[in-house]
Structure formats: structure tokens, C-alpha cells
Design a protein around this ligand. Structure first.
Ligand code: SF4
Length: 360
């Protein structure tokens, strides 16, 4: 059995160690590129969510590398996430792409089913599997820690791109880290290298929060590297959603004490309950960013994403009440780099203007 999975930002680093921990041979899908997207778009229905199309491309590219089994998470809620796996399975069957699919539904609602699937996949003593899960969690936290540092550095570095180059080396070091000590060493060394990167003399910086649907927030191919673009425009980016937060919310039901935002406390009265996907978090995180004095918020969403459309519909009320500008960007396979860049530059200009006006 050669397993693969959907590519989403740096999630591969976590899933690889977890699946290897239970003794499986892992085919990491190649990083998402235009080819990945084109493959998915060619075979998926036009109206399907963008993440479904990209994941389909991941599976087709992983097939070229010998994968025969897909492991993926299912989902619940009022949007289309619950049908993802079934739709993808049908499409793959129609194009004669032979795959076995193992879908993990949320453990709180389907615990015995999850246990049976783990048993089916597992080829090692359970202690080794637990070790893989712990190592995966530690790697997720390390990636998030370093990525936040890189996001802070991007608008400040004297020579653009240095922090990203260091981060790529850190990902390789974290990938090969076999225990907690090696992970800690990789983090420590990377932070020291990042700290030594020359900075520009003081430039007027903006702080912008990124909220939205998890896939569009975490996958650079889909959001056209929006964080790097903002960094080069002098913007420090802080995300509402991180890999570790997503794992904590979905796998551990939020039991681990992670610092972060709490939509149940911040989203009301604008949005009082879960609306599927990350719509509730988008509203709650926007309020939290406003209260922390951020200059603006960018909401990212796949075109036609229902939960984010609901969140978008209440954003004008959030903007008025909290006094924070919010720009919503819908992304699909037609989204062009020039159009996105123009919108970002205009938004950043407006934030600078507003900041100057406030300072007078
Ligand atoms: S959250 Fe949005 S993108 Fe994800 S499945 Fe639901 S509708 Fe589609």
C-alpha cells in the first residue's frame, strides 16, 4: 500500500510522519503548481469548490509517482465538504484512475469508524503510531512558530527573500527530524539565522490579519502567494488560522491549550453560530484583530464558498462597529496575478492613508 493525501500548505510534513509512524509507505504529492490545478480543473465539475479541484490534481500527480491509496479527512456541516471524498472517488473512477480511498470523518461523531480505519491502515505496534502522532504535532507547532517569525520579518528584511530561503531550509530540517530534540534544535538554529538577517531602517509598517477558508489561507498556489506579496508591500501579516490550530480544532476538538482566537466569544452578535467551514472563525478573528489594533483584515475564500459568503455578508457590520477595513478576495482558477496585485496595492494605499489620517 502506497498512500498519498491532499496537499495543503505544509500539512504534508505532518501527515508524512504520522502515516510513516504506522508503517505505511508514503507518496508525498508534489507541491501544488499550475499543472496540479489544471489537472484538477480538467476533470472536476466547473462549480466544484477550488480545494476539491486542486486536491484532485494532487491525487493525479501522486498516481504518477506510484500511489495507490488516498487518506483524507471527511467533513460535516452545511456546506459541500461532506461530499468531497465521494465526488472525487467518482471522478477518479470515471477516468480510470484506480485508487483505494480511506476517509476519516470527524472523530467526535464517528469514533468507532475512525478506530476501525486506523486498525486497517496500521502495520506497527500502537506505541509507534502514537509516537508518530506526537512527532507530527510537534512538527506542526514548529512550522507555525517559524512561519510567524518569517511573516514578521518579510516587510523588514533589507534584501527581500532571505527569510523565505531560510524557512525553506528549516522545512527540510524539520522533515528529517526524527525526535523532539532534533525539532527543537532545528527551530533554535533557524531562529538564530533569521535574527541575523539585516533589516531595513525604520519603514512605516502596516499590520494586516488574514482570515478565511483554511485551504485558501494555507495553500500559496491558491492564494497566489498573498503573504509574500503583502510582505513586499511593507505589511506584516498575521493569520487567524494556522496548521496547529486546524489540527487542534479538528483532531483534538480544541482540547490543547493553544493561544489563539475564540469565535464563540468574538463573533457574536455579528454571527452567533457555526455556519460550516471557517465562516464563524473569519468573523470572530476579524473582531479579534480589530480589538488588537490591526490596520486591516483580508478575508480569503474559494469562489462560491458558502460559509465565507455568510461571513462576508456580515463583514460590513463588523467594519462599522469595530472600525477596521476588511477586503474580501474570492479565488478560483481564473484569478490572475496582476488583478490581485492591483487590489492589494490599492488596499495597502488606503490603509496607509487611513493610518496617517488617524495620526493627525
Ligand atoms: S468550506 Fe467552502 S470551499 Fe470548503 S467545502 Fe465548504 S463550501 Fe467548499
Amino acid at each position: 500500500m502506497k498512500v498519498t493525501f491532499p496537499h495543503m500548505g505544509h500539512l504534508w510534513l505532518v501527515l508524512k510522519v504520522v502515516l510513516e509512524g504506522i508503517g505505511l509507505e508514503v507518496v508525498v504529492p508534489p507541491p501544488c503548481t499550475r499543472r496540479t490545478l489544471e489537472l484538477g480543473v480538467r476533470h472536476a465539475p466547473e462549480s466544484a469548490c477550488l480545494p476539491l479541484k486542486v486536491n484532485l490534481g494532487n491525487f493525479l500527480e501522486a498516481k504518477e509517482q506510484g500511489a495507490d491509496t488516498i487518506v483524507m479527512a471527511g467533513g460535516v456541516g452545511p456546506c459541500r465538504i461532506g461530499y468531497y471524498a465521494q465526488v472525487q472517488q467518482e471522478i477518479l473512477r470515471d477516468i480510470n484512475c484506480d485508487y483505494e480511498m480511506v476517509v476519516f470523518e470527524p472523530p467526535d461523531a464517528h469514533f468507532s469508524e475512525v478506530r476501525d480505519k486506523v486498525k486497517y491502515l496500521n502495520r506497527r505496534p500502537w506505541q509507534e503510531g502514537v509516537h508518530g502522532v506526537i512527532l507530527g504535532w510537534q512538527k506542526a507547532c514548529a512550522v507555525d512558530d517559524l512561519e510567524q517569525e518569517v511573516q514578521r520579518l518579510r516587510p523588514r528584511e533589507a534584501s527581500p527573500g532571505q527569510a523565505d530561503a531560510v524557512f525553506q531550509q528549516a522545512l527540510a530540517a524539520l522533515d528529517s527530524a526524527a525526535n523532539r530534540k532534533a525539532i527543537k534544535r532545528a527551530v533554535k538554529e533557524t531562529k538564530a539565522t533569521l535574527a541575523a538577517i539585516p533589516r531595513q531602517a525604520d519603514a512605516p509598517l502596516l499590520r494586516v490579519g488574514i482570515v478565511g477558508e483554511i485551504y485558501t489561507v494555507l495553500e500559496p498556489l491558491v492564494n497566489l502567494n498573498i503573504e509574500k506579496r503583502l510582505g513586499s508591500l511593507g505589511v506584516e501579516v498575521v493569520r487567524g488560522l494556522f496548521l496547529s490550530r486546524w489540527i487542534n480544532d479538528n483532531l483534538f476538538k480544541g482540547l490543547l491549550p493553544l493561544p489563539g482566537h475564540h469565535p464563540e466569544k468574538t463573533a457574536p452578535p455579528f454571527l452567533n453560530h457555526f455556519v460550516g467551514g471557517h465562516g464563524w472563525e473569519s468573523v470572530g478573528d476579524t473582531v479579534a484583530f480589530a480589538r488588537q489594533g490591526y490596520d486591516g483584515v483580508i478575508q480569503l475564500a474559494p469562489l462560491t464558498c458558502m460559509p465565507e459568503i455568510v461571513a462576508h455578508s456580515v463583514m460590513p457590520a463588523v467594519q462599522r462597529a469595530q472600525g477596521i477595513p476588511v477586503m474580501t478576495i474570492y479565488l478560483d482558477e481564473q484569478t490572475g496575478e496582476a488583478g490581485l496585485q492591483t487590489r492589494l496595492e490599492a488596499f495597502v494605499d488606503m490603509l496607509h492613508w487611513q493610518k496617517r489620517k488617524r495620526a493627525i
